[in-house]
Structures are given as C-alpha cells and as structure tokens.
Design a protein around this ligand. Structure first.
Ligand code: GDP
Length: 434
C-alpha cells in the first residue's frame, strides 16, 4: 500500500493536522490537493504549537517531500512567512517543498474583493469566508482569467492575465468602494515577478512527481483541507468552500488517476463543529454549546472565530464516508467528550430524511443520550499515561468502545485510529496506514 488519502469527514477542523502529522512520519511525500490558506492545521510538537496554512502538515520530518498541488490557491506572501517560521524552528529543510506550476495565485485584490463582498452582504447572505481571497481566486480560475504559478515566471503572460482581471473586476471594486489603485497592473506585475523568484526553485509537475513516487513504491500521503460537507459539489451548498474537499479531489487537484489510490481515511471529531454560515442539524445553542466549545477549545485556527458545536451526527458522517469511499475512520477529541456531564448522539433524522437525497436544511435530528458518559473518571482514564502505550481497542474504557462500535455500525467503516489529546503521543492506532 503506498497511496493514502486523508480527508475531513465533517465541516473541517476535525484535527487533520494532528493525524496527518502522526501518519506523515512514514511517508516519503505529503501532498495537498485543494484549498488555500483558509485552512489552518494545528500541530503540537514537543509541547509547542505550530499552525500551518499552506505547507502540508508533514513538513517537520527531514527528507519528507511536501507538495502543493494544482488544485490549490496560493498566497505567496503567506507561503513565504510560513516557510520562514518553519525554517527558523528547524522544521523545514531546504529542497523539501515543491509547488505545482498549475496552482493558482492569490493577489491582494482577491483578498480585497473577498472582504468587501462579505461586508456588503446582509447578515443572512454572508458565506462566512475567511476573507483570504480564496473564493475570488477560484472564481477567476473557473472564469479562465486566473493567474497560475507558471504565469509568474513569464512577464508577458502575467501582464496579460492581470489586465483581464482588471477589466472584469474594476467595476465591482469601484462599486464596493475600493481605492482606485486596488488593481494597478504594473505594480502587480512587479509583485508577481518577485513571487516568481521565490517560487522558481520549488516549481514542479506535481502530478508527475506523485505518480512517479507511487509507481516507484514510495509512500505518498494526500492531505485534505476543510471537510466533506464543505465540498463545492456535495457539501451544504452555497455554504461551502470553493474546491473539492472529498477524496476525489486528489485526482483532479494533483493530476493522478484514481487507480493509484490505495486507501482513504476520514477524520471526524467525536462531536461536530462548524464555522461560518449554513445548516448544522445537531448544533447546540445556549449553555450546552458553550460548554462543549470551552471543553474542546473550539476557536478557529485561521480566524480565531468561535466554532458552533453540537453532537456527533451519524447520518452526516455516513454520507461523508460514502462520498469519499472511506475505508478507515480516525476519531479525534474523545477526551473532550469525556469532560461533559451528558453525551448525546444523532443516529437518524426525523421522517428518516437522508442528507444526500433531502439535503441538510430541513432535517431534525433524533437524539439519544448515551450510557456511561458523564462520569468524571472517564476523562481521567483517557488522559492516563498508561493509555498512551495501549494499542488495543480493548484498552479503552467501555463507554468509549461502545461509542466507536456505534460509529462503525452506522457508517460501515472501521475505526482505525483514535485521538485522546492534542499531542502525538495521545493517539491509538488500530491499523497500518501504509
Ligand atoms: P484541522 O484543520 O482539521 O487540523 O483542525 P484544527 O487544527 O483546526 O483543530 C484541531 C484542534 O484540536 C487543534 O487545536 C489540535 O491541537 C486539537 N486536537 C487534535 N486532536 C485532539 C484530541 O484528540 N484531543 C484534544 N483535546 N485536542 C485535539
């Protein structure tokens, strides 16, 4: 087995950063295939927190090649800062980063238009974007006026692309009150050529790189951003991200065929969170929601926004598992659930509505309270050092085992890994990733 895809199974923030960090230790290549710096992955290394937005979470292993695929949109200023921070901590060696020539580039005017649009939309119409210019850059890509990394390497191509953007965006920028200089083509050409110099040593054909690595028997890990329910085509549209976050996104976002992929693991929290607008059937309002948010420190890694919190939604998880063809589930933050006085779960929706067929807007969850949870000794058991060394499911407390059984029963996907704390050591693995 040499190609593993790891994707979020909810609305993002499932703890992908930590799980990928754990799994990447065995990988020769870690590649991201979608999204931009709207993602934020939190890793804890030797008690130190590191948040990466663009560089794949596998970055800290010497010799692991990290690839940014064509399906991504890259803000080179953010990328440069991230590289500097990682290098300063000795976490990124020279020559380990590769960037697809076909990835798209975020310019300051993308960020500007993103923010101005959110500001001018009424509360009910806000998507809740991260205002990093990700949506407008994908929009330009679909409209065939996007600027790719390869365009930064050739001045005439870059100028031509920017002129196209100016012609399209100037009227909107003007209407939204942007300064006249917002899309100064010559200043942007200069900026873009500077970025080209930064990126030139890293550019590659990411599809060929990953293809050749897999074919030669190397272990390649494809790291997702956001989660299945934010997928542009299959998520809770229009409250979605602008790219494909399900496993199929690997093929288009990297440029390899589906026959090269061996496994797909999905990551889910033991409960559910969401930021931004859009439906969230098991959302907890009031004190219960606040308690879960505090227990799980649920504030966005990218924006610091408080996340809405709710119980685990099994119909939604089953839907996400189907969309990506998951053959393994990683369940994170079980320790957080153990801190609560009562735990509920959604096993089905009223009238047996189905998310794929009926959507998420109008479903009403049927909730059940779970036995055995709410006992303070459970949290102590999950944080016990002895558990860290455990490798068998039988070593977990009874209510936690029953919880995992329930997840497997509803999703028909085996639980292959559980996480009981932010540290790498707080991980139990029941199956090999490669
Ligand atoms: P990602 O974007 O999917 O990587 O998720 P984030 O990094 O935004 O959010 C996950 C947060 O939960 C981070 O702060 C992690 O350090 C933390 N985390 C991950 N796994 C666990 C866990 O099992 N227990 C606890 N308590 N925290 C965790």
């Amino acid at each position: 087995m040499s190609a593993l895809v790891v994707v979020g199974a909810q609305w993002g923030d499932e703890g992908k950063g930590k799980v990928v960090d754990v799994l990447a230790e065995q990988a020769h290549v870690v590649a991201r295939f979608a999204g931009g710096n709207n993602a934020g992955h939190t890793l804890v290394v030797d008690g130190q927190q590191i948040i990466t937005h663009l560089v794949p979470s596998g970055c800290r292993y010497p010799g692991t090649r990290c690839v940014l695929g064509a399906g991504m949109v890259i803000d080179p200023d953010v990328f440069r800062k991230e590289i500097e921070q990682l290098r300063a901590r000795n976490l990124l060696q020279a020559d380990e980063l590769r960037v697809s020539l076909d990835a798209h580039v975020i310019f300051p005017f993308h960020r500007l238009v993103d923010g101005l649009r959110e500001d001018s939309a009424g509360d009910a119409r806000k998507i809740g974007t991260t205002r990093r210019g990700v949506g407008p850059a994908y929009e330009a890509k679909a409209a065939r006026r996007g600027v790719r990394v390869r365009d930064l390497l050739r001045e005439s191509d870059l100028r031509e692309r920017l002129l196209k953007n100016k012609a399209t965006l100037d009227p909107e920028l003007h209407r939204l009150g942007a300064p006249e200089s917002a899309l100064d083509v010559e200043a942007l050409v200069e900026l873009g050529l500077g970025w080209g110099q930064l990126l030139r040593p890293m550019v590659c054909d990411a599809g060929a790189l990953c293809h050749d690595a897999i074919r030669s028997g190397q272990r390649v890990l494809f790291e997702g951003a956001q989660g299945a329910l934010l997928d542009l085509d299959h998520g809770t549209y229009p409250y979605v991200t602008s790219s494909n976050s399900i496993a199929g996104g690997v093929c288009t976002g990297i440029g390899i065929g589906p026959t090269l992929i061996d496994r797909v693991w999905g990551i889910t929290k033991a409960y559910t969170t969401r930021v931004g607008g859009g439906p969230f059937p098991t959302r907890l309002l009031g004190e219960q929601g606040t308690r879960l948010r505090e227990a799980g420190a649920e504030y966005g890694a990218t924006t610091g926004r408080p996340r809405d919190c709710g119980w685990l939604d099994l119909p939604a998880l089953r839907y996400a598992a189907r969309l990506s063809g998951m053959d393994g589930l990683c369940v994170t933050k079980l320790d957080v659930l153990a801190l609560l006085p009562k735990v509920e779960i959604c096993e089905s929706y009223e009238d047996d509505l189905d998310p794929g067929r009926d959507g998420f807007e109008h479903v009403v969850p049927r909730l059940r309270t779970l036995n055995g949870w709410g006992d303070p000794s459970l949290a102590a058991q999950l944080s016990a050092p002895g558990l860290r060394a455990a490798e068998r499911r039988e070593d977990l407390p009874g209510p936690v085992r029953a919880y995992l059984d329930l997840i497997e029963e509803h999703t028909e996907v085996p639980v292959v890994l559980v996480s009981v704390g932010p540290d790498r050591a707080q991980t139990l693995r029941f199956a090999d990733a490669f």
